[in-house]
Design a protein around this ligand. Structure first.
Ligand SMILES: NC(=O)c1ccc[n+]([C@@H]2O[C@H](COP(=O)([O-])OP(=O)(O)OC[C@H]3O[C@@H](n4cnc5c(N)ncnc54)[C@H](OP(=O)(O)O)[C@@H]3O)[C@@H](O)[C@H]2O)c1
Length: 239
């Protein structure tokens, strides 16, 4: 087992999701202590059982990461238990599409902003002060190719992901020179079980795999990426 993150404490928001599971597993394999947020208890139980070899370094908290007060409490809990927070990876997000802007219900627009923008806002607001105190830390937010490539029928999704890229880019400028680094990754369609079920006729081989995206995220959180600040990195595979 590689110990690149030995002694590090990492918060993976949405750590039981299609990408989040792969990110959490990769950090566990590289000796980090990983704190995961989840909402769906059975998914968390399933994941915890699958990762039982690392049980001592894995903990889960049921938290709505769009709720600023709840996220702040979670970060306080992490700091009081572990006295540090080395990295934050936000894999929380959601997709809604297929309708033109004027056909979509406004509640869908708000849902996209909450899941794809407010999540990163609440998590960053809670984590950055602790990282500034430490003089080190890494944040990686998961946006999407759609932040740059604005297809029809995805106005709310594209807008929310584009806004998240802008927010993290500005945050990266805010923390320049402090030892805290902030970056974004931009996946295209990921090869998850949910996507395979939703698009059974697609060529899955072209889709980036969660474990390969996780490797990019771990790189961004590692000291090897210490010169990378405010990047938005495409992870498109062959799609
Ligand atoms: N999948 C793709 O093809 C694709 C493409 C481009 C970008 N992305 C982005 O990549 C990220 C990961 O995607 P994914 O496919 O892994 O998504 P996913 O499987 O739906 O996982 C998202 C995770 O976020 C959690 N979550 C949702 N709302 C939450 C909330 N309010 N508070 C706390 N947790 C919440 C979900 O928990 P519950 O299941 O318990 O609700 C789930 O664990 C997202 O930002 C997504 O937009 C995905």
């Amino acid at each position: 087992m590689s110990g690149r993150f030995s002694g590090s404490v990492v918060l993976v928001a949405g750590g039981t999701g299609g990408l989040g599971r792969a990110v959490t597993s990769a950090f566990l394999e590289e000796s980090a202590t990983v704190v995961v947020t989840y909402r769906n208890q059975p998914e968390w139980e399933k994941f915890k059982t699958a990762a039982s070899a690392h049980a001592a370094r894995l903990e889960g908290h049921e938290v709505d990461v769009t709720d600023e007060a709840a996220v702040r409490q979670l970060v306080e809990k992490i700091l009081s238990k572990h006295s540090r927070l080395d990295a934050l990876v936000n894999t929380v997000g959601g997709y809604a599409g297929g309708l033109k802007l004027w056909e979509m219900e406004t509640k869908v627009f708000e849902q996209m902003l909450n899941l794809n923008l407010r999540s990163g806002y609440a998590l960053s607001r809670a984590a950055v002060p602790a990282m500034l105190k430490q003089g080190r830390g890494a944040i990686v937010n998961v946006a999407a190719k759609a932040a740059l490539d604005h297809a029809a029928g995805a106005s709310a999704y594209a807008a929310s992901k584009a806004a998240a890229v802008a927010m993290l880019d500005s945050l990266a400028a805010d923390v320049k020179g402090t030892g805290v680094r902030v970056n974004t990754i931009l996946p295209s369609i990921i090869d998850t079980e949910a996507n395979r079920n939703a698009m059974p006729k697609a060529d899955f081989a072209k889709w980036p795999k969660p474990r390969d995206i996780a490797r990019v995220i771990l790189f961004l959180c590692s000291d090897d990426a210490k010169v990378i600040q405010g990047a938005a990195i495409p992870v498109y595979g062959d799609s």
